[in-house]
Design a protein around this ligand. Structure first.
Ligand SMILES: NC(=O)c1ccc[n+]([C@@H]2O[C@H](COP(=O)([O-])OP(=O)(O)OC[C@H]3O[C@@H](n4cnc5c(N)ncnc54)[C@H](OP(=O)(O)O)[C@@H]3O)[C@@H](O)[C@H]2O)c1
Length: 340
């Protein structure tokens, strides 16, 4: 007997990838249901070589379903996740709504798989922010070896991280540059994103940082180690898919760059591409559709006692969202539910 699975937000960027990944990884599902808002009722979405017709989440009866993968934004999640959870269906949620709730596990399976066992407190498991997921995959094996004290990270985040409307805005504004009669004012982003970079993601906080930057700090502490200090600058760039990060790490113990490279080569979920020559590193275009977190440009930072710099790239719709959610479902299945 396999699982009965719900994908909520099946018409969105993340939901579509969830369906692709469930099919690609042959998740042991007897039934998969695609849900979205009433606007999308009957919209067809692909699931492997099948097509599913999207149903309305409003009034959907989750009882009898084992797992619901949610990618519908915080507001709708607030309404529907408690309904699914109370009807006995375990929610794996992609929004930020539950990530900081101490009773809800926040999981990256390469880093803290054991946390899924805490799912029963609220029948909900949270998936981290896309920038955090790829970062902690890279930090974990290095932390195990040399204990991380502090991380300084600058992100270069693609527009797909802002949903399908974000991708449309970059596309329309880029076209409008060559056809200046059609003006496309910023809507999803705060300034024009085509041919530009914007150092602002999510709302500003009192200390001058943004919520996206705060999320990276809070989530790294919850998933990996509360003692790690992390400061982030999050930037939106005109790339459709794939988030990049320039990462500076300070350790308690000395870690040689060659050893760091060897550790990362052996670590789960990581591909090291690090040749010190033109093109010997990964850019976001090459990571699209892949499962891995790619690490390049590994080098000593000689300006601090125990420092390493590296470049970290991953498909934000996959490891940053849909893949991680499906891996959580797999981990939950193996450790707790044992069906399929
Ligand atoms: N994109 C990323 O890299 C990423 C990474 C991590 C987490 N996330 C999170 O994942 C979630 C989805 O992001 P996305 O990028 O897939 O957004 P998206 O492309 O804009 O898709 C949003 C999805 O949510 C559905 N939806 C919106 N309001 C709804 C409502 N009231 N009731 C039911 N369904 C509703 C939409 O259905 P309709 O088509 O019917 O409107 C659509 O399927 C967000 O919480 C986001 O923060 C995204």
């Amino acid at each position: 007997m396999g699982y009965k699975v719900v994908v909520a937000g099946a018409t969105g960027n993340v939901g579509r990838e969830m369906l692709n990944i469930l099919a690609e990884r042959q998740f042991p599902a007897d039934e998969v249901v695609a849900l979205a808002s009433r606007r999308s009722l009957g919209t067809e979405v692909s699931f492997g070589d099948k097509t599913l017709k999207t149903k309305d989440i409003e009034g959907f009866d989750f009882s009898g379903y084992d797992i619901a993968l949610f990618a519908i934004g915080s507001e709708a999640t607030k309404k529907y996740a408690p309904i699914a959870a109370s009807q006995g269906c375990i929610v794996i949620d992609n929004s930020s709504l539950y990530r900081y709730d101490p009773e809800i596990p926040l999981v990256v399976p390469e880093v803290n798989p054991e946390a899924v066992e805490q799912y029963g407190k609220k029948n909900i498991i949270a998936n981290p922010n896309c920038s955090t997921a790829q970062l902690v995959v890279a930090l974990k094996p290095l932390h195990d070896r040399a204990r991380i004290k502090r991380v300084v990270v600058s992100t270069y985040q693609s527009v797909s991280g802002a949903g399908k409307d974000g991708m449309d805005e970059l596309w329309e504004q880029t076209k409008a540059v060559y056809n200046p009669t059609a003006e496309v004012p910023p809507k999803k982003f705060t300034k024009e994103i085509a041919f530009n970079v914007i150092p602002h993601i999510d709302v500003f906080l009192d200390d001058g940082s943004t919520k996206e930057e705060w999320k990276m700090t809070a989530e790294t502490k919850k998933i990996l180690d509360p003692k790690i200090k992390l400061t982030a600058t999050c930037v939106r760039v005109p790339v459709f898919v794939g988030h990049s990060e320039a990462v500076n790490i300070e350790f308690e113990e000395f870690l040689d760059e060659d050893e760091a490279r060897d550790i990362l080569r052996e670590a789960p979920g990581i591909m090291v591409v690090d040749k010190r020559e033109a093109g010997g590193y990964i850019s976001p275009k090459e990571c699209v559709g892949d499962y891995a977190t790619f690490i390049s440009r590994i080098r000593q930072d000689s300006t601090i006692e125990n420092g390493i710099n590296l470049w970290c790239v991953s498909d934000n719709l996959r490891k940053g969202a849909a893949l991680n959610a499906v891996q959580i479902a797999e981990t939950l299945g193996n450790r707790c539910l044992k069906k399929g």
